[in-house]
Design a protein around this ligand. Structure first.
Ligand code: NDP
Ligand code: GDR
Length: 321
C-alpha cells in the first residue's frame, strides 16, 4: 500500500486528490495547520474526513514537515498548500511569498534531507504565464507573472525544476489552469457567481458586484485535474505538464451560463465595482494540454456548462439548507 502526504488537504484540490488516492487504495496523510477552529468542511462534504490521517504542521515550518516525513515515510508528496487567492496577494505579498514560494522550498528541502526518493508534485499555475507571450500557452511558453501570487508560484516552479536537475529528485510541476467545483472557495469568481445567482433566485440578494467581467479563463473541473496530478507522479520520468481544457471563456460568459440555468438574465443583476479590478490583470489564458494527452493519456472530460450547473445545484441545496 502506498502512502501519500498532501499539504493543503483542507482546500478544494486537497480534498479531491485525497478522495481519488483513497479510491486507489492509498494510505492518505494530510498536513493541517493549527487554526482556532478545525476546517475540514470539504473533507466532510466528500465524506472522507474519517479516512485520512491529519497531522499538525505548516509549510512555513520546516521542522514540522521533516518530522512527518521521518515518521510516516510517504512515497509521494503533493504540495498543494498555498495562499492561493490572487487578489489577496497584493494585500499580503510577504505572507504570500512565505507560504506559496518559500513553503514549497521547505517541502523540497525536507524531502532532500530525509529521503530524496520521495516523489514530489508541485501545484504550479497558469498565473505564471500572466501577461501572455503566446496566444495558447504550453510547457515552453515564456512566463510573465502579474501578481505577487504568480511571482511566488514561479519561484516554487523553478525550485522544483532545480531540485530535479540538481539532486535527481522525482519532482514534477503541474501547470494547472483554473479549475473549479462545488467546493471551490467563495472568493473565486465561479463560486461567487453560482452562490450569488442562487441567492438572487431565492430573493436573498439583489445584485452581484464583480470586477473585470471581460477577463477570460480556461476553466476545468477540479475532479478531472487531480487525476493529472496523480498521473504525473506515475509517469516513467519526472516532467512538467500543462493541464487545461483548451477552451477559453469570459467571466461574462460564465455568468450567463449560471443565470440562464436559473431562468434569470445576468444583465439585470450583475453590476461592476471598480474596486474589484486588480492592480495588474491577467486578461486571457488558454492552455494547450497536448503533452499531457500524449504522455499521460489525460484529457479534461467535464465541460464548463456542466460544471457550472453542478455548482449551481450544489449551492441551491446548501442555501436552501
Ligand atoms: P485552496 O485555497 O482551496 O487551498 C489551499 C490550501 O492550502 C488549504 O488547505 C490551506 O489550509 C492550505 N494552506 C495555506 N497556508 C498554509 C500553510 N502555511 N501551511 C499549510 N497549509 C496551508 O486552493 P486550491 O485547492 O484551489 O488549490 C490547490 C493548489 O493548487 C494551490 O497551491 C493553488 O495555488 C494551486 N492552483 C490552484 C488552481 C485552481 O484553479 N484551483 C490552479 C492552479 C494552481 P486552510 O484550509 O487551513 O486555509
Ligand atoms: P484567478 O481566479 O485569479 O484566475 O486564480 P479568480 O476566480 O479569483 O479570478 C478569475 C478572473 O475573474 C475576474 N473577476 C473576479 N474575480 C474574483 N475573484 N472576484 C470578482 O468579483 C471578480 N470579478 C472579475 C478576475 O479579475 C480574474 O480575471 C485562480 C486561483 O485558484 C489561483 O490559485 C490559480 O493559480 C489560478 O486560478 C489558475
Amino acid at each position: 500500500m502506498k502512502t501519500a502526504l498532501i499539504t493543503g488537504i483542507t482546500g478544494q484540490d486537497g480534498a479531491y486528490i485525497a478522495e481519488y488516492l483513497l479510491n486507489k487504495g492509498y494510505n492518505v496523510l494530510g498536513l493541517i495547520r493549527r487554526l482556532s477552529a478545525r476546517n475540514i468542511e470539504r473533507l466532510n462534504y466528500l465524506k472522507i474526513a474519517g479516512d485520512v490521517k491529519l497531522i499538525d504542521g505548516d509549510i512555513t515550518d520546516l521542522s514540522s514537515i521533516i518530522r512527518v516525513l521521518k515518521k510516516d515515510k510517504p512515497d509521494e508528496v503533493y504540495n498543494l498548500a498555498a495562499q492561493s487567492f490572487v487578489g489577496t496577494s497584493w494585500q499580503q505579498p510577504i505572507l504570500t511569498s512565505d507560504v506559496t514560494a518559500i513553503g514549497a522550498l521547505n517541502v523540497l528541502e525536507s524531502i532532500r534531507l530525509t529521503d530524496p526518493s520521495i516523489k514530489f508534485y508541485q501545484a504550479s499555475t497558469s498565473e505564471m504565464f500572466g501577461k501572455i507571450k503566446e496566444m495558447v500557452q504550453c510547457e515552453n511558453t515564456p512566463f510573465h507573472p502579474r501578481s505577487p501570487y504568480g511571482v511566488s508560484k514561479l519561484y516554487a516552479h523553478w525550485m522544483t525544476v532545480n531540485y530535479r536537475e540538481s539532486f535527481n529528485m522525482f519532482a514534477c510541476s503541474g501547470i494547472l489552469f483554473n479549475h473549479e467545483s462545488p467546493i471551490r472557495g467563495l472568493e473565486f469568481v465561479t463560486r461567487k457567481v453560482t452562490n450569488s445567482a442562487v441567492r438572487i433566485k431565492l430573493g436573498l440578494q439583489d445584485k452581484l458586484y464583480l470586477g473585470n467581467i471581460d477577463a477570460k479563463r480556461d476553466w476545468g473541473h477540479a475532479k478531472d485535474y487531480v487525476k493529472a496530478m496523480y498521473l504525473m507522479l506515475q509517469h516513467d520520468k519526472p516532467e512538467d505538464f500543462v493541464i487545461a481544457t483548451g477552451r477559453t471563456s469570459s467571466v461574462r460568459d460564465m455568468c450567463k451560463i449560471a443565470f440562464d440555468y436559473l431562468g434569470l438574465n445576468y444583465e439585470d443583476y450583475v453590476k461592476i465595482d471598480k474596486n474589484l479590478f486588480r492592480p495588474a490583470e491577467v486578461e486571457i489564458l488558454i492552455g494547450k494540454p497536448v503533452k499531457a494527452e500524449k504522455y499521460l493519456g489525460w484529457k479534461a472530460e467535464i465541460t464548463l456548462e456542466d460544471m457550472i450547473k453542478e455548482m449551481v445545484d450544489a449551492d441551491m441545496k446548501r442555501v436552501k439548507g
